[in-house]
Design a protein around this ligand. Structure first.
Ligand SMILES: Nc1ncnc2c1ncn2[C@@H]1O[C@H](COP(=O)(O)OP(=O)(O)O)[C@@H](O)[C@H]1O
Ligand SMILES: [Mg+2]
Length: 259
């Protein structure tokens, strides 16, 4: 699904050049849940922008579904730390928003509103917001807004879901609720995920593979397969093997922060 081949990226600014990524390689298989962890400023968001085609590499190549990325990747859905819902739109209309904008869906959406509304309501049902479809973002908690933002990212049934620290602003309990929501969405819809997070427990609970990035200029320094049985209950987070994995990842991050 994704292949980064020896990718480097430098930002050019007035104060000179910042090398965000240097010789980074990464592959993510179709249907895989990949997590990327690493110290702040190491280039995680840069990596996400490269994969979704928002920026082009300075060197190396980026492929999605086997094709070189030349512009914004249409098969991707995205969500970020802030839900960024439009305050004047209901939750349902926020979820439907991408369909009004993204060209391949725009025409169909106009003709088949009922079909897409049903799909949006179905998604809202999966994340437990079926009864809030008519509400406005400011009537909802941060966790509920983030649930809606996941539905918005998935409304066009993307093959690839790119999540950049989506739960970072939530409290610990809400965050765990959202882990379960994301787990169930992924299990049900079967898309490929790249999740950037600084929460090692989150990565270990959700992912098939955890990629650890070095400090800037970032590159993947370690890839760890997580093979806890699925479906994973939250209780897995309290098993010794889980704690060992988190501990090991923690050690790796400490190492790369010093390097
Ligand atoms: N548009 C930009 N122009 C210049 N420098 C940038 C830009 N975006 C990010 N950077 C720099 O590139 C590095 C990596 O940034 P980023 O990918 O956002 O890191 P992360 O998401 O891991 O915290 C940082 O040092 C950041 O300051
Ligand atoms: Mg970032």
């Amino acid at each position: 699904m994704i292949c980064l081949d020896d990718v480097s990226l430098s930002y050019k600014g007035r104060s000179g050049e910042v090398t965000a990524l240097a010789h980074t390689s990464l592959t993510v298989k179709q249907g895989e849940f990949a997590a990327v962890v690493g110290p702040s400023g190491c280039g995680k968001s840069t990596l996400m922008k490269l994969v979704t085609g928002l920026i082009r590499p300075t060197a190396g190549a980026v492929f999605v579904e086997g094709k070189p990325v030349k512009g914004p990747v249409k098969i991707a859905g995205m969500a970020f730390q802030n839900a960024n819902l439009l305050p004047w739109r209901s939750v349902l209309d926020n979820v439907l928003l991408p369909l009004e904008i993204v060209p391949p869906h725009r025409g169909r959406f106009r003709r088949e509103k009922d079909f897409y509304r049903a799909r949006a309501l179905d998604l809202l049902g999966v994340v437990g917001l079926r009864d809030f479809a008519g509400r406005y973002p400011w009537e909802m908690s941060g966790g509920m807004q983030q649930r809606a933002s996941l539905c918005r990212a998935l409304i066009h049934e993307p093959a690839l879901l790119m999540l950049d620290e989506p739960f970072a602003a939530l409290d610990a309990f809400t965050r765990e609720e959202l882990w379960v929501v994301l787990r169930d969405l992924w299990q049900r819809l079967g898309f490929t995920v790249v999740l950037v997070t600084h929460d090692l427990r989150e990565a270990a609970f959700l992912a098939d593979t955890v990629h650890v990035m070095s400090a800037r200029p970032g590159r993947i320094v370690e890839t760890r397969v997580v093979d806890f049985l699925r479906p994973r209950p939250l209780e897995v987070c309290y098993e010794p093997a889980f704690t060992d994995l988190v501990h090991e990842l923690r050690g790796k991050i400490a190492e790369v922060r010093q390097a």
